[in-house]
Design a protein around this ligand. Structure first.
Ligand SMILES: C[S@@+](CC[C@H](N)C(=O)[O-])C[C@H]1O[C@@H](n2cnc3c(N)ncnc32)[C@H](O)[C@@H]1O
Length: 350
């Protein structure tokens, strides 16, 4: 018999901990094809499964766009591809859909997902570009019979701490749609002065405590504090609002964090400028009778869309435009909290 002493030494397996630490290991929903029951349970509870995006107002959009087999369409904001999938369904394998996204990381994943569903390059062309280049896209594609733009960011981007979109999760303070290009939010804070930051918070998010927050951020930068993570910025916002007198301070701080992150995201991605450029080019890339639907998520975006649709209707480029915004149903908002702030506007090319 082998004595204890003579047993060959075996290294003990490394303890990984009971909870996987990395975001990618944490959620079964990140592989939705492998865990359909988990995904269904999460959706039923009214949450968005991690790694997925629940598309908003799909029925209203499909009903308005009146897509016919053989048409040429554009999804300006591919995201998870839920709307793209619904539009492809209407084409019945005839015609072509172009789909754009500024985010090269999520675009690659969605392209693969749609390919696995049988949508290859015969019917779908995905392009990693900003939608302000629609005129360039139309040079190859020709004019579009239908266009959709579902603005903002996807749940995948918000939920991935590495992208820095959420103040709730520790991650680099980045907030770029394309993390391979441009300036991160952390770098942007270094470039701004107090007045500029105050202006940005007011203009991009109507932040009521803009001055207090900008003052504190600049004080910390002067002291040499590195504001390069999401949670560090959230901490500084909380400290800036430490003395405000409101009934629910915790809620006020949460709202200010949300608005500050929104303001930074708009700035870092030049969201108003690119939306303006897109809206200016839009009537010129639509075929006669072509239809466009746009989903917006805050008043700044909606104002731009409303103004542009009105202006081009007056000039005779649009035959008709939405007089009022269309909102998602109560049921949809219950099912998907992220739908609550959505407004849809539409226009039809003359
Ligand atoms: C709300 S999500 C779209 C979700 C999509 N409709 C779906 O059903 O999954 C918005 C997407 O648009 C992209 N995006 C935002 N602004 C953009 C721009 N200016 N140009 C191109 N893509 C943009 C984001 O990267 C994100 O993936």
């Amino acid at each position: 018999m082998e004595s204890e002493q003579n047993k060959p030494h075996q290294r003990r397996k490394r303890y990984k901990g009971t909870h996987p630490r990395r975001y990618e290991e944490k959620y079964k929903e990140l592989a939705p094809e492998q865990y359909p029951e988990t995904v269904a349970k999460v959706i039923k509870k009214g949450s968005t499964p991690v790694g997925m995006h629940l598309s908003i107002m799909v029925n209203e959009i499909i009903s308005f766009l009146e897509i016919k087999p053989g048409q040429i369409g554009l999804d300006a904001t591919l995201g998870y591809g839920g709307h793209t999938e619904a539009m492809l369904g209407c084409l019945e394998k005839k015609g072509h859909l172009y789909a754009l996204d500024a985010d090269p990381l999520e675009l690659a994943k969605t392209k693969k997902r749609l390919q696995n569903l049988g949508y290859d390059e015969d019917i779908l062309t995905t392009i990693n570009t900003n939608f302000e280049t629609i005129d360039e896209v139309a040079k190859d594609a020709g004019k579009f019979d239908f266009i959709l733009a579902d603005l903002g960011v996807s749940s995948m981007q918000i939920d991935n701490p590495e992208r820095g979109f959420s103040y709730k999760k520790e991650g680099p303070l980045d907030l770029r749609l394309n993390p391979l290009k441009g300036t991160s939010a952390a770098q942007r804070l270094q470039e701004l002065d107090e007045d500029e930051l105050t202006g940005m918070l007011l203009e991009n998010a109507d932040e009521p405590y803009a001055e207090l927050i900008a003052k504190k951020v600049m004080l910390e930068i002067r002291k040499g504090t590195k504001i390069d993570t999401t949670t560090k910025l959230a901490e500084i916002i909380a400290a800036a609002l430490a003395r405000i007198k409101v009934p629910d301070k915790e809620e006020a701080i949460k709202k200010s964090c949300q608005r500050t992150f929104q303001a930074l995201r708009i700035d870092v991605n030049s969201e108003y400028e690119v939306l303006h450029n897109f809206l200016e080019k839009l009537p010129h890339v639509l075929a006669p009778g072509g239809r466009v639907a746009i989903l917006t998520f805050h008043s700044g975006e909606d104002r731009l869309v409303k103004k542009s649709f009105k202006k081009y209707k007056k000039e005779g480029l649009y035959r008709d435009v939405a007089d009022e915004v269309i909102r998602p149903s109560k049921e949809e908002c219950l099912q998907n909290g992220r739908a609550r702030s959505t407004k849809m506007r539409w226009a039809i090319r003359d």
